[in-house]
Design a protein around this ligand. Structure first.
Ligand code: GAR
Length: 204
């Protein structure tokens, strides 16, 4: 048995690509990416999924009047596909309580900083790196954590430091954090949790 994985995306999908590459390279032996779901139409991540032969679905957040409606639809899709593990890979939509309750300790998120620093509401994408540079710190990194009701507040599974260098722009720093941390940590955490799910050894 393999853990059935859904990857939730909203944009370019380089973290999704890292997961797809890991799967192809045999580095995700306990999991299988069976669905890529985007909150935005036209997200490049969808093309990456299609190229890899993975089923895609678009659930445009802006077409839902309220959070509850979106959550209900999302949980419906995930349950219909018998998803065991949900991975947020650049998913720029907040998940409501119903989704978190349906998948307790089964939702992973990658965040482009060393949580709890530079996390929480308003810290996403390039904004995180802008804040890191504005603060003048010389070290940043990435975090993979479990998702609970507190934005970026769930249990931390993996972290990796990445240096901030002189002359960095938010874009340069983002690329370094992705290459040196995010793309390594996310597949590793996905395999870790998939193995625990398959073997029934998840730690609470
Ligand atoms: C990544 O840096 C990811 O850590 C970040 O958005 C980027 C998505 O890139 N996520 C967040 O900021 C979530 N709070 P990608 O679409 O190329 O994977």
């Amino acid at each position: 048995m393999l853990a059935r994985i859904a990857v939730l995306v909203s944009g370019g999908g380089t973290n999704l690509q890292a997961l797809l590459d890991a799967q192809r390279a045999g580095k995700l032996p306990h999991g299988e990416i069976v669905l890529v779901l985007s909150s935005k139409e036209g997200a490049y991540a969808l093309e990456r999924a299609q190229k890899a032969g993975v089923e895609t679905k678009v659930l445009p957040r802006k077409e839902f009047v309220c959070q509850e409606d979106f959550d209900r639809e999302l949980v419906g899709v995930l349950q219909e596909k018998q998803i065991d593990l949900v991975i947020l890979a650049g998913f720029m939509t907040i998940l409501g309580a119903a989704v978190i309750r349906a998948y307790p300790d089964r939702i992973l998120n990658v965040h482009p900083a060393l949580l709890p620093a530079f996390g929480g509401k308003g810290f996403y994408g390039l904004r995180v790196h802008e804040a890191v540079l504005a603060a003048g710190v010389n070290m940043t990194g990435a975090t993979v954590h479990l998702v609970n009701e507190v934005p970026d507040g769930g249990r931390i599974l993996l972290q990796k430091q990445v240096p901030v260098c002189e002359g960095d722009t938010p874009e340069i720093l983002q690329k370094r954090v992705m290459e040196q941390a995010e793309w390594l940590l996310l597949p590793r955490a996905a395999e870790m949790l998939s193995e625990q799910i398959v073997k029934g050894t998840e730690t609470k």
